[in-house]
Design a protein around this ligand. Structure first.
Ligand SMILES: [Zn+2]
Length: 94
């Protein structure tokens, strides 16, 4: 019997290929388990490490932690450090 999904509690986890992505940057495809009901995907510990390594390689791992949320008037503003913005090809007002 496949393992139950910890997210929806109803589906079952099936082996599958999971494409990891951070800020739209492809971090590769790994073996993991995917819930057949809600579609939530789960990576094993070794795949998680590979994703981390890859994130470091492409230089977005440390940058991600520097993204800050600030308050501006009644709105919340997400501050993105410029190296990350350049990598994501973000433009002012986008
Ligand atoms: Zn599920």
């Amino acid at each position: 019997m496949p393992e139950k999904c910890p997210v929806c509690g109803k589906g079952h986890l099936r082996p599958g290929r999971i494409r990891e992505e951070m800020f739209g940057v492809d971090l590769g495809t790994y073996d993991g388990e995917i819930c057949d009901r809600c579609g939530e995907s789960f990576l094993g510990a070794s795949a998680m490490r590979q994703v981390e390594e890859r994130a470091k390689e492409v230089g977005i791992c440390g940058l991600a932690s520097k993204v800050k949320i600030a308050r501006s008037g009644n709105s919340l503003v997400v501050r993105i450090p410029s190296p990350l913005a350049r990598r994501l090809k973000l433009k002012n007002g986008q």
